[in-house]
Write a protein that binds this ligand. Sequence first.
Ligand code: HMG
Ligand code: MG
Length: 295
Amino acid sequence: MKIKIVEVGLRDGLQNEKTVLPTEVKREIADRLITAGIRHLEVTSFVHPKWVPQLADAEQLAKELSKRPAVTYRALVPNRKGLERALETAVDEFAVFMSASETHNRKNINKGIDGTFPVLAEVVELARERGKKVRGYVSTVFGCPYEGDVPVSQVIKVCERLFEMGVYEVSLGDTIGVATPVQVKAVLKELIKHFPADRLAGHFHDTRGTGLANAYVAMEMGITTLDASFGGMGGCPYAPGAAGNLATEDLVYLLHGMGVETGINLDALCETSLWVEKRLGKPLPSKVLRSYAGS
Ligand code: HMG
Ligand code: MG
């Protein structure tokens, strides 16, 4: 089995931190993560700086990324304006995002679901004209902080529209970390009837400690791309109660225990997270990291 890990800590992680890290520190984190073996790196987000001030330096950071073969730099773009900003940088690949639930979509990107489709369709079309691949994210797949349960039919509808636009993959977000393994299995069973498993990714937040179990079940269901965040940082500023992503350290430990080669040096990854902890002035929640720090 081969699992692709998409490291989202510089984006999903830092967007939720009170401390705003200087651009050069972010750049050094990117370099350290790559040295540790990360190959798919979401570096920032070209959203409105007023909405997410932590990532207001998106251009500055993304213009000066050190080019390394086999490394894909990724960034979120919410609309045409975001894409135009991102196209001026060294980012290789973009991601559009929306929610399966109406209220979270409105809180997060200030538009209803139906009004979001044409905005994202334009982004995907223009990006592809420029030879860029685009990923789609669907948030609140397993539950919404405002609406509670989200019908699978709604998730399918949003995924269908994103694939029609031309995204190559949809990452399924458990935005507030409410999913449990039985639910993940049931939802994926339905989704896989409509979309090939290798075009879906799992984006689990570990708010309630189920992130790793959910990732394991997703792999059993045929998912081979998983998002994770170094140290277990993360959260959506427009989803109350959202906490850290599944920690990359915890995922890598699990995968190595399963005999799955990741190309990631776990010690080097933990050292990177410890280095970031010093900059943030607080410990990060990854279980494997805490064990490494205490050893
Ligand atoms: P809006 O205020 O509705 O935008 O924001 P607008 O189109 O009405 O434009 C208003 C002004 O903003 C205009 O400027 C635009 O030019 C400007 P003015 O003419 O008034 O001077 N503007 C921009 N400026 C810079 N960059 C842009 C941009 N767009 C418009 N891209 C918008 C709409 C989407 C921009 C806003 O709601 C936003 O930035 N939201 C970001 C929310 C966010 O980043 N959330 C977290 C990421 S999603 C997530 O974490 C979930 C995920 O991890 C998966 C999971 O866990 O589920 C992916
Ligand atoms: Mg997220």
